[in-house]
Design a protein around this ligand. Structure first.
Ligand SMILES: [Zn+2]
Ligand SMILES: [Zn+2]
Length: 330
């Protein structure tokens, strides 16, 4: 009898929790839609261009060679003719020092002294260097000291460098902004997710001379449809490439708790019984096809192998795998 009461008690708490979250979701989604509508997006008058662009994945779920570390997080080294940008700093789920990021940098011959700026896409643990950083609203390249000089850090919400890597100066950027000629943050796109709540994410748009805009995306919580819409509103140039995470843990995921696909549950703005599904992947593919990019590269850190395969089939020769150590040359 006691077992039955305990079971019913837990069940009721579960139902209450889901009911509370579902109400929050309804209100949060409305507020996010209002906030999106409030943003005044104008064509950029002088976005500038870069002559060259490469993207070297330093952290992702798959690697190009066995001596590189992998995890369900993101860090990309973006190099233009003028600037070297570290976008996001990985997950470091095991709280290591040196972190997988630092180990891969060492293996790939990349020094922290090369980095001119850091761009944090959003405040989730797999992009900030771990759960403690997410809680403390900081980011860490490793769980030990890493010397970074006073380089700028561009963040969508207040996030400071942790005590492990003091020095960088953070700049909160909400609106679209030209960071340097040809290097643009497209600005936050408001979203409200089940469990995680309000999520503000930035993406980079690099304007490559003679080619067009290359979008580099962290987790893609904005939805690629809205990222494309924002990009077309900001630039006259065509979208040449889409690189990064689009969050499609469909028919599998990278963080499983028993049968529960955590990424599918937390990354959706629908309740669990209507979370991210196959039709969302197909809708995203259709939205990308409309702008005919020459390069589409999906991150495996927040998408399943099934989703990667859908993109591979849809984009054929334009599709590239994002693998740690495999440089994408635009
Ligand atoms: Zn992510
Ligand atoms: Zn995320």
């Amino acid at each position: 009898m006691i077992v039955l009461y305990a079971f019913l008690g837990i069940l009721s708490l579960g139902v209450l929790f889901v009911a509370k979250k579902t109400i929050e979701l309804k209100n949060g989604r409305k507020k996010a839609a209002d906030d999106r509508a409030k943003m005044k997006i104008k064509k950029l008058t002088a976005p500038g261009v870069v002559k060259s662009l490469t993207v070297l994945p330093l952290i992702d779920f798959y690697a190009d060679q066995p001596d590189l570390k992998t995890e369900a997080g993101v860090s990309y080294l973006i190099r233009t003719d003028d600037a070297t940008i570290l976008m996001d700093v990985g997950f470091n789920a095991k709280k290591e020092h040196p972190s997988p990021l630092l180990q891969n940098m060492e293996t790939l011959g990349v020094s922290t002294s090369e980095i001119d700026m850091i761009f944090i896409s959003h405040a989730h643990l797999d992009h900030l260097g771990g759960l403690a950083d997410q809680k403390q609203k900081t980011f860490s390249l490793s769980q030990g000291p890493v010397a970074l000089s006073g380089i700028p850090v561009y963040v969508p919400v207040p996030i400071a460098a942790s005590h492990w890597n003091p020095g960088p100066k953070n700049h909160v950027i909400n609106d679209p902004v030209v960071i340097e000629p040809g290097i643009v943050s497209i600005g936050i796109i408001h979203r409200f997710l089940f469990l995680i709540g309000r999520t503000l994410e930035n993406a980079l748009a690099i304007n490559v001379e003679g080619k067009g805009i290359v979008l580099i995306v962290g987790c893609g919580h904005q939805t690629i449809e809205r990222i494309i819409e924002r990009t077309l509103a900001l630039f006259d140039a065509p979208i040449y490439g889409i690189i990064g995470g689009l969050h499609f843990p469909v028919n599998g995921g990278r963080i499983m708790l028993g049968p529960v696909n955590i990424q599918q549950l937390v990354g959706s703005d629908n309740p669990p019984w209507r979370s991210i599904r196959e039709s969302d992947v197909q809708n995203a593919i259709a939205a990308i096809e409309k702008v005919s990019p020459k390069i589409v590269a999906l991150s495996s850190h927040d998408s399943s192998d099934w989703s990667l395969d859908q993109f591979r089939r849809a984009f054929g020769n334009a599709y590239l795998d994002i693998r740690v150590g495999k440089e994408i040359v635009i």
